[in-house]
Design a binder for this molecule. Structure first.
Ligand code: TTP
Ligand code: MG
Length: 426
């Protein structure tokens, strides 16, 4: 990273070169996150295949698994039953989202000590832009290695780190580094790095695009370079443009700090299909409660509320409602969700296997309405509820409707109900 001294008479380079030297983006991702936390909490699991997401004969899918389990072909998103067939000796764990979240918060606190430019890509994954902090670091790679060391020491979890001049290259470097490794794409080495990577590594190439490209005998990123931009465009539309740029390691996206998420959602599959309307509404109310907690934590208000129902025949239906005044409070959102749900359910002749609620078109602040009298009563109530829950746990304050779930689920005053997909019970 040190700048080479230039002698007089050498071809002049722009004076600003020192300032303009490229970006440095670090991508960091915890290895087998949920499973690694479980191993840390219970060392007896170490060295054995661990699958998080539910018990072997439960419905639902694996949220993740450790690398030992991956050797059996298990991966995130695989139905638990299938995972069990592949690895009957695997240790299946429901998981605990709140614990993972606590680890995630600690993870991000460490990252912010190195730069304010941190983008949370998910609970266990982040981009750090070090470019602005150049004066603080003699070497970016050194700084990135220090971040890795700190996180591993303080969290007790292994992480993989990739360094590059932009987000796509940093992310691909992390992929190369997994598990527990460090990989830097040095300036000028981009082509060498990309050439032999499989096309499936590019985020713009999904399973369908892969099939098409493989039929054209294109398997590696280097093979894509021979395809004209127009050919990619006619094959994949606008996505083709993305692929054209990604395959060349071109990516001008900034690292977004505290971006507004596209949506926040909560859903659950039931232990058994449910027909009882009151019980279904109890689930819906509980999910709305969890959802609005998420919205408040992020200071978000939703312009769109969506309710999803999956019937016993797996058919899935969604109803949405557009709100002129965005909402955040539990009671208000539940009212909308209940209305949407009843419209769906009233025409159904089947019982349900899943219900979910999603808030989207999110904004950070509620615009003041000119037409409605301003009242912050519900907001103040929500703040009071949060305060009680902070002290006594989420389960300490629930509506009567929500408490109907007592009949079905384990109840923990701290966490609330332990729903079916416990690791995703947020
Ligand atoms: P990932 O970082 O994609 O996966 P991972 O950390 O388990 O494994 P690795 O990064 O080493 O490949 O996701 C982080 C966590 O998010 C993961 O531990 C569990 C959760 N998750 C789900 O709940 N459902 C999913 O489909 C995926 C992919 C992840
Ligand atoms: Mg991870």
């Amino acid at each position: 990273m040190t700048m080479k001294r230039r002698h007089f008479g050498e071809t002049a380079k722009p004076e600003s070169e020192g300032l303009m030297r490229g970006r440095c983006v670090v991508h960091i991702d915890i290895d087998a996150f949920f499973a690694a936390v479980e191993e840390l909490l219970n060392p007896a699991l170490k060295g054995k295949p661990v699958i998080v997401g539910g018990l072997p004969h439960e419905r639902g899918v694996a949220a993740t698994c450790n690398y030992e389990a991956r050797r059996y072909g298990i991966h995130a998103g695989m139905p638990l039953r299938q995972a069990y067939q592949l690895c009957p000796n695997g240790l299946f764990i429901r998981g605990n989202y709140q614990v993972y979240q606590a680890f995630s918060e600690k993870f991000f606190r460490i990252l912010y000590e190195y730069t304010p430019d941190v983008e949370a890509a998910s609970l266990d994954e982040a981009y750090l832009e070090l470019t602005r902090c150049r004066p603080l670091y003699a070497s970016f790679s050194e700084a990135a290695r220090r971040v890795k060391g700190r996180v591993e020491k303080e969290l007790g979890l292994k992480v993989s780190v990739g360094v590059g001049p932009n987000k796509i290259l940093a992310k691909l470097a992390t992929k190369r580094a997994k598990p527990a490794g460090f990989f830097e794409v040095e300036p000028g080495r981009e082509e060498d790095f990309l050439r032999d990577l499989g096309i499936e590594c590019l985020p713009g190439i999904g399973p369908k695009a892969q099939v098409i490209l493989r039929m054209l005998n294109i398997h590696k990123i280097g093979d894509l370079w021979g395809m004209p931009r127009s050919a990619l465009r006619s094959l994949f539309g606008l996505g083709g443009e993305e692929v054209y740029l990604q395959s060349r390691g071109i990516d001008s996206r900034p690292v977004f700090t505290r971006i507004v998420p596209k949506s926040v959602s909560r859903e659950t599959t039931f232990l058994e299909d449910i027909w009882d309307r009151r019980l279904l509404l109890a689930h819906l109310a509980y999910l709305c409660d969890r959802l609005t907690l998420g919205l408040r934590e992020e200071h978000l208000f939703a312009h769109v509320i969506e309710v999803k129902a999956r019937y016993s025949d797996f058919k899935t239906e969604v109803r949405r409602c557009l709100l002129l005044t965005p909402l955040q409070e539990m009671t208000a959102i539940y009212r909308v969700a209940e209305d949407l749900f009843l419209k769906l359910f009233s025409t159904s002749r089947l019982s349900l296997r899943l219900v979910g609620v999603r808030a989207s078109d999110l904004v950070r602040a509620r615009p003041l309405s000119l037409f409605e009298p301003y009242s912050d009563r519900e907001e103040r109530l929500a703040v009071a509820v949060d305060r009680v829950r902070e002290k006594y746990g989420f389960g300490s304050l629930l509506t009567v409707r929500e408490r109907m779930l007592d009949a079905i689920y384990e109840f923990e005053p701290r966490r609330g109900f332990v729903l079916k997909t416990a690791s995703l019970t947020r």
